[in-house]
Design a protein. Structure first.
Length: 131
């Protein structure tokens, strides 16, 4: 909980109180996971379902905001190609991304209006140093 004063205007960042619970889907299938959480202040909820089997991972996330509008995102990842990962993210507003990873490199191509947007593609490299 924090209060700040910016140019004479008082603002208040409300605390986040969130209730979360795992859904016992592994009783149905050992490869399924699930969780749900609810923000008591913001009044939004998230429902997450996941499936992982061998080289394939599927994740479904639905967010319901305080206006009871739902937004859904589906991710599909495949890692069965020698050291290469391929991923697709699809959102219900016809946006998303295509990704290809190799070692610490990642190529990400955004998707808008059901079409890849190569102009906004990015290549990133993750690295770190142990000290």
């Amino acid at each position: 909980y924090e209060m700040s004063s910016v140019t004479g205007v008082q603002t208040c960042a409300l605390p986040i109180f969130r209730i979360s619970a795992d859904i016992p889907l592994s009783d149905v299938n050992a490869d399924l996971t699930g969780s749900v959480d609810y923000d008591l202040v913001g009044k939004d909820a998230n429902i997450r379902i996941g499936y992982h089997k061998d080289d394939i991972t599927v994740r479904l996330r639905t967010n319901v905001d305080s206006d009871k509008k739902a937004k859904t995102t589906i991710n599909l990842d495949y890692s069965g190609i020698e050291g290469i990962g391929v991923g697709v993210e699809v959102k219900d507003d016809k946006t998303g991304a295509l990704t290809v990873t190799k070692d610490d490199f990642k190529l990400k191509v955004p998707v808008k209006d059901n079409k890849p947007n190569a102009e906004e593609a990015s290549i990133t490299y993750n690295w770190g140093i142990d000290m």
